[in-house]
Design a protein around this ligand. Structure first.
Ligand SMILES: Nc1ncnc2c1ncn2[C@@H]1O[C@H](COP(=O)(O)OP(=O)(O)O)[C@@H](O)[C@H]1O
Ligand SMILES: [Mg+2]
Length: 234
């Protein structure tokens, strides 16, 4: 039978009752407490919540950097809990891109070299490095800055280089933990515009955490975390 389900309506991520406990006994911290999550593909998703509500823990688990104590996470229908560590690392390297608050660029490398470095780590064939890196820098509006090093660029431009590096290998999912926290509001919006282009033109799904209401207003959906649970979706 032909399926009538639209590809975009299949969730890219589904998390069912995930918990994450750090430590043991009376010192145990319940960072996540039975969180459920349903993330459609090709959307810009903001995750908000007070400091300590579990945002970073959730991003790390979705990005296969950490595992839940309890519950299941499905990425594109794959149960992450059933994968070996090697397969999880491969999935992360090939299908995901991670972005952090502090950009994480190599200061001695140009923008182009930083992006190419990411392609090497992702295992992309050398002959594809140039077209992929140039395309990624073009998508974030930095084609004219390829030869600049991080110290020659603004914070917003540096974060966009980090985004180019995270998307150059054509992942399906970008996870960004407070990517605009160190930027002023104008640069934060530049970075958000770059994310919007990726969702619209490349069909990438972006999940980011933020405290900033202006950033949330740009997202397609906002999920609110409270005490390790998703309490609201809009
Ligand atoms: N490695 C860890 N060891 C112990 N506690 C942790 C660890 N990571 C996070 N926590 C705790 O889990 C809770 C959620 O943290 P986190 O996910 O970083 O929240 P957020 O990113 O929303 O600020 C906090 O109480 C934090 O102190
Ligand atoms: Mg955090």
């Amino acid at each position: 039978m032909i399926s009538h389900v639209e590809p975009s309506s299949v969730p890219l991520i589904r998390a069912v009752g995930i918990s994450r406990v750090f430590g043991k006994g009376s010192a145990a911290v319940h960072a996540l407490n039975g969180a459920d999550l349903h993330i459609p593909a090709k959307r810009l998703i903001a995750l908000r919540g007070r400091s300590g509500s579990g945002k970073t823990t959730l991003i790390n688990i979705l990005g296969t950097l950490d595992r839940p104590t309890d519950g299941q996470v499905y990425f594109d229908g794959i149960d992450l809990g059933l994968l070996s560590e090697r397969r999880r690392n491969e999935l992360r390297r090939t299908r995901m891109g991670l972005i952090f608050q502090s950009f994480g660029l190599v200061s001695l490398m140009t923008a182009y070299e930083n992006v190419e470095f990411g392609l090497r780590i992702a295992g992309v064939k050398p002959e594809l490095h140039k077209p992929y890196a140039e395309r990624a820098l073009d998508l974030v509006g930095l084609k004219g800055r390829m030869k600049h090093r991080p110290f020659e660029m603004s914070g917003g431009e540096q974060q966009r280089v980090a985004i180019a590096r995270a998307i150059a290998h054509k992942p399906s999912l970008i996870l960004a933990d407070e990517p605009t926290a160190e930027l002023d509001s104008k640069m934060g919006l530049q970075v958000m515009r770059a994310f919007q282009v990726l969702v619209k033109e490349e069909g990438i799904t972006v999940i980011l955490t933020t405290h900033d209401p202006a950033i949330m207003s740009i997202a397609d959906h906002v999920y609110t975390l409270e005490d390790g649970r998703i309490v609201e979706e809009t």
